[in-house]
Write a protein that binds this ligand. Sequence first.
Ligand SMILES: Nc1ncnc2c1ncn2[C@@H]1O[C@H](COP(=O)(O)OP(=O)(O)OP(=O)(O)O)[C@@H](O)[C@H]1O
Length: 653
Amino acid sequence: MSFQELGLRNDLCRFLTEDLGWAIPRPVQAETIAQMLCGRDLCVVAPTGSGKTAAFCLPLVQRCIETQLKPSQPVKHSTDTLKWRAENCNIKSSNISARRANGWGYARADIPVTEGKCYYEVQTLSDGICRLGWATSNSSKDLGSDAFGFGYGATGVKVHNSSFETYGSSFSAKGRTVGCALDTEARKMWFILDGVSLGDAFEYIPTAPLFPAICVKDATVRVIFEAAKLKFDPPPGFKALLGMSSKRRGQTSSQSPLAVIVEPNADLALQVYSFLVSCTSQLEGDLRIPIGGSAKRTERSNGVEGNGGILVATPARLDDLCSSGQLSLNTTKMIVVDEADVLASSSTKQIRKICDFPLEQSQVSFFSATLPSAALNSLSSDLQVNPEWVKLHGLPIPTSVHILVHYISKTNAGLPSHGPQPLDAEGLEENSNLPRVELHPQKVVMLMQIISELSIGRAIVYVRTRKEADGLSKALHSNGISSIVHGSSPRAVEEFRSGKVRFLVASDGGERGLDIPDLDYVVLLSVPESTHKFVHRVGRIGRNNRRGKAFVIASPNKEKVWYHTCRKGHSTCKNIDRCTRWMDEANSLEKIDRELGGVLKYVDDQQGGTAATGRTVTVPDLYHLHTLPATRRLAELERAAQLSYLSYLQNKR
Ligand SMILES: Nc1ncnc2c1ncn2[C@@H]1O[C@H](COP(=O)(O)OP(=O)(O)OP(=O)(O)O)[C@@H](O)[C@H]1O
């Protein structure tokens, strides 16, 4: 089956096959895309790395194109509530200024225009240059340098798509007034200098909303959107952009996406956002689907984009945006909740709030790699209409992944005399009520050994708590290994993905969804109690049929670990009874292995410490699993190189 047969547009299919090199749809895509295109509510369970992201992104993009929101009435605002997207300039009330030293300043007023005949004015308050006009939300900041911006420059030129043409006359001196007129019915724009029309400037094609946009350099201008403040009357039939209705005063310019994708954390939101951006950048003609990613409060401080298009965000961020009036989901028609099993339990209230609209007018879909929880079942029955369940559960762990379990020794045998030492040789474990704060030193030593013996270039290392993650990252740094803790900065995953750091140290939250195509190793320095978590962690490798190795370094002894239920946290809490939990990694591993159908292989650490109850592989097996295939491949390459050299020599003679 091809992507075309699923009903996808030709430009999207071309993007998938030519740009991404995807020959055919994955099973989850084959099962879901056509149904989503028809507007059906879906509940999809498919393994990690099976291609769920494209399965929901592609139909959303296509449905946005098809729907092309019926243009809404022009929104009325007042200057005091008006929002700007601005760079390199100062905006005070309605005055915009930029110094020459900073280059061009850019400001776009957050007033989307989709229909009607609109007009606004710009008055020059100083000598200097500026460019005024209209732009769509995805236009460049250099107004007129691409197909999405239309500008009239103070030197007497009009510019669109980087093409400059003489138009009107210069207005670079102080005290001039330029009117900007936009007729969405005739799809025309023109400008009016000191009350005199300069004639048609542009016939435009974009269907996306247009916004007033202004560039200034070493100049100050005043922008007037309100009828009462205009210096000249708008052309007949035209209206000032901002109405004077007192009822409307105070209303914010909320954005309203057509589709919303909910992700559990900022990294995943960014990953999905990037996929959507690359997909929509390949659309034919002037079609543009605004894509918004607003995962964190600190990111894109100006709010959200995605008006009339697709917005990707975390539940908390969506909640924030809706409560502050920056976002309205009134016209939203499609909602996808990714990693739905976890979001259904952790953010039930927020998901219900997001989906609070007439169900028959909308499409709600849930995607997940692990079997749905009771919470998801209940959300599905409340928020979906006649949902189709798509369950693709072949092997939860791809066969290209080997999972090797190493047990540290029961005693501290094998620890070097220098380097990390346990605080109290055996006292922290079974016989002690003292909780563990840092990772067991033997686990760190074993991790270093694995990294060096297998020359591991990059890997994700999973630990239990943030405190352990910080400690491990320090230990890696002191051994000259670059690492970054997941969640320490919004860009941690990007630094790891780009190869700037070799190791990503993650605790809870870093196990889901991350798609790093050339990643071959994960190391679990703690065994999660839930099989779902284990599957998601190991699922970061073995993607795209690539071979991957997961090392689990486990403790045979029970350990008491801090799991704070109090607010004090690690620094001051002394409540050992309430804020700690016993961890029994051997027991958890047995359960996981049983539930996954025996996928674990145990490595005999030859220190007399193996507590494994399953199949045991010895160190030579480790060699067979990891080193031998690479050595064979090297031998083949060496042979090919030599043969090629010999034939070159023969030809030369
Ligand atoms: N049809 C396809 N052909 C080839 N590669 C594909 C195809 N669809 C997706 N992929 C690739 O498969 C990889 C995994 O896809 P994706 O991240 O969507 O998996 P997922 O099911 O969301 O996994 P997880 O449950 O871990 O989040 C990506 O690198 C993606 O580029």
